[in-house]
Write a protein that binds this ligand. Structure first.
Ligand code: DC
Length: 205
């Protein structure tokens, strides 16, 4: 198999999804957001009042849409304050993480050219053999502003900080900088700058 695999990890609101989508488009790769998978599962649990499910499928890549036990979850509806919180909570459970990892590996295996995948543990746990691992970072205030622009629903700096703390301090697959990752502090960089830097590093390989 000659598939490219690029992982993007980092804290909330750092631009992983925006950058990942554009990068994947430019390189003719598939894109998947593991955060959206956790969010879709959290929405399902919330709406249905359940804490498990039988089947999850990716039914559209743009907009990213999942169907969980017959219910449809589209990316635009996954960014409420409630789901910000609940997705981070359920992501602590090892069984849920295992399911998400399996779905992601399956999506990589079925992609024709390869995958750009974003999350918290993509390079450190799920795809340790990725061709290129990126860790994106920026200050809390910048990330909070970007999250607002992305979702329209305000996530205060305090809420963002608490969510990051939970994601960093949890026992199972916490947010870490993968050992062999290229760290990009994008505080003062445009999306295009970041993409250019990633492409330069791909060429060096
Ligand atoms: O990237 P995001 O804000 O859409 O992610 C929502 C939550 O999902 C995040 O707070 C923690 C969890 N998550 C995770 O634990 N591991 C990932 N690889 C991606 C997301």
């Amino acid at each position: 198999m000659n598939s490219k695999l690029i992982t993007l990890d980092g804290p909330s609101g750092v631009g992983k999804t925006t950058i990942g989508k554009k990068l994947a488009y430019d390189l003719n790769l598939d894109f998947i957001s593991s955060g959206m998978l956790y969010r879709a599962i959290a929405s399902h649990f919330d709406i249905k009042g359940v804490n498990s499910f039988n089947e999850i499928q990716l039914t559209s890549k743009e907009p990213i849409t999942f169907v969980i036990d017959g219910e449809t979850y589209t990316e635009k509806l996954l960014y409420s304050s409630k789901i910000n919180e609940k997705s981070s909570e359920i992501a602590q459970q090892i069984e849920i993480r295992q399911i998400v990892s399996n779905v992601l590996r399956f999506l990589f295996e079925s992609s024709s050219n390869g995958l750009v995948v974003e999350g918290r543990d993509m390079g450190s746990v799920v795809f340790q053999d990725a061709d290129l691992k990126i860790y994106l970072d920026a200050s809390e205030s910048t990330r909070s502003k970007r999250r607002l622009a992305q979702s329209g629903s305000k996530e205060s700096i305090e809420d963002l900080r608490n969510r990051d703390l939970r994601d960093i301090n949890r026992k199972n697959s916490p947010l870490v900088v993968p050992e062999d990752a290229l760290v990009i502090d994008n505080e003062n960089m445009t999306i295009e700058d970041v993409i250019k830097k990633i492409k330069e590093n791909l060429k060096l390989q």
